[in-house]
Design a protein around this ligand. Sequence first.
Ligand SMILES: NC(=O)c1ccc[n+]([C@@H]2O[C@H](COP(=O)([O-])OP(=O)(O)OC[C@H]3O[C@@H](n4cnc5c(N)ncnc54)[C@H](O)[C@@H]3O)[C@@H](O)[C@H]2O)c1
Length: 297
Amino acid sequence: MLDGRVAIVTGAGRGIGAAVAAGLADAGATVVVSDLGVEVDGTGGDAGPAREVADAISAAGGQAKADATDVTDFDACERLVESTVADFGRLDILVNVAGILRDGMIFKMSEADFDAVVNVHLKGTFNTTRHASAWWREHRGGEYRLINFTSASGLFGAPSQPNYAAAKMGIVGLTFSCANALKGYGVTANAISPIAGTRMTTGIATGKASFDYASDPKLSPANVVPPVVYLASERSSWLTRRVIFAGNGRISLLSNPEVTREIVSTTGTWDDSVYDEMEESFQSAILWPNIFDRPRD
Ligand SMILES: NC(=O)c1ccc[n+]([C@@H]2O[C@H](COP(=O)([O-])OP(=O)(O)OC[C@H]3O[C@@H](n4cnc5c(N)ncnc54)[C@H](O)[C@@H]3O)[C@@H](O)[C@H]2O)c1
């Protein structure tokens, strides 16, 4: 599916990113395995995880290069794109997977924890995309692919993750904007909302054992990979500006925001009857419960 194509995958040293890097390489792509090797909360740094994933891809007969770019560093992300093109002659696919967690309720969250999470997820996705898109714009004629990672946490509003939820919905907006802005340059832009057993979901960050999915084979990070390979390929040129859920035995096309009910005023003004009209029109449209209101098993 991906012979001759060149990909950068951020957050590729562990978890879903490592599985994506291996899957793209297995499908024929040359992969820059980029990862800063930090703890779940973003502290520390270690070039080892990216190197190990790149070595494993090479040992399996694939083409990979390890890289330790910090996605929060705008200039370093420019160097990442430049060095990829210098080494391999092109850049076809950018997959933004890098992420951290610093959970907490909104009324207790520190400014530093909010900023750190938004900085890695949203700003990091901007940083790499900014430089990749400039290269794509200068080198029209390719089938370029932007694949960003969002989360059900943002799409549905996880109560204890206001920073992460905001960043992940920000990524959806960024993805949709890029899809519209870059379609003239051969770029599709989509977001994946994954679920997989990784250290992010083992409860290390939250301390809740109920989030330990590691032992369920349906939750292997490898099960998130097929839709990413498909999106990375040239045959997905019809598919852009969408969010696709992947994992736990499902690949789902999620709906984009659209008007589902509407009340209209010909004058543009409203009187007090608007309250009754809103209830009559909107309440019956909200059929599906918020997943965070559902009782847990
Ligand atoms: N695991 C899930 O079920 C799940 C659910 C929804 C969304 N996601 C998203 O999928 C992505 C991968 O998550 P995961 O579960 O594999 O997590 P993970 O912690 O296993 O991997 C994240 C990787 O990102 C890297 N990283 C963090 N900050 C970085 C930075 N500044 N620069 C470069 N690399 C950095 C880490 O070193 C790590 O290797 C994340 O964006 C996450 O938010 C995961």
